[in-house]
Design a protein around this ligand. Structure first.
Ligand SMILES: NC(=O)c1ccc[n+]([C@@H]2O[C@H](COP(=O)([O-])OP(=O)(O)OC[C@H]3O[C@@H](n4cnc5c(N)ncnc54)[C@H](OP(=O)(O)O)[C@@H]3O)[C@@H](O)[C@H]2O)c1
Length: 384
């Protein structure tokens, strides 16, 4: 069997086969409560006490900064391993999501918060442990899931009523080959959150989260590639849809979700209107000017790419077959609940500016995308 092109799942790597597996396993829709926005909204200016499970990776810092800008008070709970230099003035509880590891959840045994953002929950046993422990002492639980929680990605413009992925053994605690278990596990974590906080839970399903400080380099690859100019392999067609959400837009909206005590399930995909791969590449050209002056996209169809081994074209997914709807999820409900978007031009420019501020060795070693050699080889093959 020819190797399928890897495209990146929201949050974790995923290949087309993984989507197929998730689709085949799906059998039941999980109904979560409808949007009940605005109930018991705090008066303007009420300061919240916010607990973040996680908080120091990529999305976490964006939530922290947005909450600080609104004057809320924060507590972080994590192991004290990731980006320990961040937020020295924010109280930190040290522990592990896994109650069976080290000090586990002991640091969460006391304390009360208006809201808890669960930003690093990957296994239902662990999400359940913290949610159940906190349910009498936390008012509102916001679980960060993923668009990968859905069973299928074929349908265009689908909304939150689509069935979520399921797995045969929900106690499995590994991501599996090609991260096949990531989406079904996220769906189970959603259910664990909702179970502990019925009517008090928001489930956020982001698509690709992008922007400055993204450790994955998935979106970063594109403006960085544009700085090299010349013929650039552009996947699919210029009109292929792309959905990304700037981490800062997501962080700011999540704070609004907390302030308004919003509950329900939300696709957090951007931007507001359809964005095409061609527009993304144009945003990259603009961000990378003047180095990008000679940039010439060469559009390479997905059928050709599907036959090539080792192709990493991050963010993009074939606008066909099982992944036709992958970049077309409806964000109408989240927009109605206050999600806003900065322009792709700003996201792209800021991402490149941040990248260029990284240490030289990190700039030289992107974690995603094609090497110059691989790109040249593919273009040669394509022409042949
Ligand atoms: N990136 C994407 O494109 C994308 C798309 C869709 C959904 N998502 C979801 O978005 C969420 C955000 O991820 P993020 O990495 O940006 O979150 P984050 O909150 O910024 O960073 C992860 C945090 O989790 C902590 N952590 C990790 N393992 C832990 C453990 N066992 N016990 C306690 N703390 C632990 C880390 O600190 P320590 O290491 O110090 O413990 C770190 O503070 C995830 O749920 C992901 O599934 C991401």
């Amino acid at each position: 069997m020819s190797q399928l092109p890897t495209f990146q799942n929201a949050g974790r790597p995923l290949d087309r086969r993984t989507l197929l597996q998730a689709g085949a396993a799906a059998s039941a829709a999980v109904m979560l409560p409808a949007v009940l926005r605005g109930q018991d909204s705090p008066p303007p200016g009420k300061k919240l006490s916010i607990l973040i499970l996680g908080g120091t990776g990529f999305l976490g810092p964006a939530i922290v900064r947005a909450a600080q800008a609104r004057g809320h008070s924060l507590t972080l709970f994590n192991r004290g391993k990731t980006r320990t230099e961040l937020f020295p003035d924010v109280p930190r509880l040290v522990g592990d999501r896994d109650p069976d590891k080290a000090e586990g959840l002991k640091a969460l045994a006391e304390g009360k918060w208006d809201v808890c953002f669960d930003d690093c929950g990957y296994y239902p046993r662990m999400v359940s442990a913290s949610a159940e422990l906190l349910k009498e002492r936390v008012g509102h639980y916001v679980y960060v899931s993923s668009i990968s929680a859905y069973a299928k990605n074929e349908k265009e413009g689908a909304d939150e009523s689509e069935p979520v992925a399921t797995m045969e053994d929900p106690t499995v605690e590994s991501m599996g080959e090609g991260y096949a278990n990531y989406g079904p596990l996220k769906a189970l974590c959603e259910q664990a959150s909702e179970h502990a906080f019925p009517g008090r839970c928001a489930v956020i399903r982001p698509g690709y989260i992008v922007g400055p400080e993204d450790p994955t380099d998935r979106y970063t690859y594109w403006p960085v590639r544009a700085t090299r100019g010349g013929e650039m392999l552009a996947p699919g067609a210029a009109s292929d849809p792309i959905q990304v959400i700037d981490v800062r837009d997501l962080g700011e909206w999540m704070v609004r979700v907390a302030e308004q005590k919003t509950v329900g399930v939300f696709n957090a995909c951007g931007p507001a209107k359809k964005l095409s791969m061609g527009e993304v590449i144009e945003a990259c050209r603009a961000a990378a000017a003047p180095e990008s002056a000679s940039l010439k996209p060469v559009w390479v169809d997905h059928e050709f790419l599907a036959k090539q081994p080792g192709v990493d074209l991050p963010i993009w997914a074939p606008y066909a077959g099982e992944s036709r709807g992958f970049h077309t999820w409806s964000n109408a409900r989240a927009v109605k609940a206050g999600l806003t978007f900065r322009s792709i031009a700003v996201t792209t420019k800021d991402t490149l500016t941040w990248h260029l501020s990284r240490p030289a060795e990190r700039q030289a070693k992107l974690r995603a995308g094609l090497s110059a050699e691989k790109e040249a080889e593919l273009l040669k093959l394509f022409r042949a």
